[in-house]
Write a protein that binds this ligand. Structure first.
Ligand code: ZN
Length: 393
């Protein structure tokens, strides 16, 4: 019974924290209603969070009629921080994120990332610089998050599959990092999964149950959220939508996975560049890749029925005609009842989604540890709880 009670306590604290991160300055009464908790339970947990330094009473709000003042609650932004990173074959992006979900510092290193030992040496250097610059401002450090462009198996703690960084396969990244920073939590996840968490907690997915997040660049990956849980399977390998077959007869471009006809080979930025290099006119190129995208994504939407599909990509800014083409062609492949129920969105968080998603996970882990509980790194979404409804406007 003790562990059940502690679990419920941790989940409720996580729920309160996530709600205040998205809707700061709620009063105790508003939180009580929104989370369907009893006033006594809410008051008890808020007192614990304030005593431990996670939450503060911030703004006194007075109603226009001069009624009783209400005290708003907010996360203490400086309670803790995380350093999170994303990788491409040619660069590393790192951010310092505070407990409120604000990006305090961000840096980008342009360097080939193919050689994993060189890449991890750069990770170590960037971490050292960022932590040294921030540590005096924060009493706690939630840890380090890495979003990798491929599959990470948290049970064997190895990189399983990184088609655009092939030398990373089989590497135990956590060991490489913790060789230098052995005391600090390290969380590693697929970049599209991390982006989906970011959008779920901080961005386009805050108020939806089911969504698909598509990371669209030289590769294509997806994080799939059903009932506010990231779906996973063995080896953590759901979401490799880039390797769906979309044209068995097209041998134009070999995919990074070794096959031909994959969505990633024919519908990504890699394909766009390939067809441009071959002299294809831009309108035809955009139409061709958007048709391949619509085959893969349209099929997935028909299977999964997400409320929203969120695209994260720089490509749409460079080629504005691509976005309406992708939406039109994909809608054209949807089952009739889904055509007007599926919203197509460009990510409001952009390339910050994965960085924020990892930070959200590290903060949850730290909050769980502060309750004296064991943190599951295998399936963290099991212990992430989210508000089911928004506050009344
Ligand atoms: Zn492939």
């Amino acid at each position: 019974m003790q562990s059940l009670r502690m679990c419920a306590t941790s989940e409720t604290l996580g729920l309160i924290v996530n709600t205040l991160r998205n809707y700061p300055n709620l009063s105790r009464a508003e939180l009580t209603t929104m989370l369907s908790l009893s006033p006594a339970t809410l008051t008890h947990h808020v007192r614990d969070l304030i005593d431990a330094g996670w939450v503060e009473e911030q703004h006194v709000r007075r109603t226009s009629g001069g009624g009783r003042p209400r005290v708003g609650l907010a996360l203490r932004n400086t309670a803790t921080y995380a350093v999170t990173m994303t990788f491409s074959p040619t660069s590393l992006t790192a951010a310092v994120i505070d407990f409120g979900g604000h990006i305090v510092a961000k840096t980008r290193v342009e360097q080939p990332m193919g050689r994993v030992t060189d890449a991890m040496a750069t990770v170590d250097r960037v971490l050292h610089d960022l932590v040294r610059a921030q540590e005096e401002k924060f009493p706690r450090f939630a840890g380090i998050g890495l979003a990798i462009p491929g599959i990470w198996d948290p049970e064997s703690e190895t990189v399983v599959f990184t088609p655009n960084l092939p030398e990373w396969a089989g590497m135990k990244l956590r060991d490489l990092i913790q060789r230098h920073r052995h005391d600090e939590p390290v969380f590693i996840a697929n970049d599209a999964d991390a982006g989906a968490w970011g959008e779920l907690w901080f961005g386009a997915g805050r108020d939806v149950q089911d969504m698909m997040y598509v990371l669209y660049d030289i590769g294509i990956g997806a994080g799939i959220i059903i009932q506010r849980q990231l779906i996973r399977a063995q080896n953590n390998s759901i979401g490799e939508i880039g390797h769906m077959l979309v044209d068995s007869s097209n041998k134009d471009i070999q995919c990074g996975c070794g096959q031909y006809g994959c969505l990633e080979a024919l519908g990504s930025l890699t394909a766009l560049q390939h067809y441009q290099d071959q002299g294809m006119e831009l309108p035809q190129t955009l139409d061709k890749i958007s048709r391949y995208l619509s085959i893969g994504l349209g099929g997935l939407i028909n299977v999964l029925s997400p409320q929203i599909i969120v695209f994260s990509s720089h490509i749409f800014a460079h080629y504005p005609a691509l976005w309406p083409s992708v939406v039109r062609n994909t809608r054209g492949r949807l089952l009739q009842h889904l055509v007007h129920k599926t919203q197509f969105l460009q990510s409001p968080l952009g390339d910050n989604a994965s960085l924020l998603g990892l930070a959200g996970l590290l903060f949850e882990q730290e909050l769980t540890r502060s309750q004296g509980q064991t943190v599951s790194t295998v399936n963290p979404s099991q212990w992430l709880i989210h508000p089911a409804s928004s506050p009344a406007p």
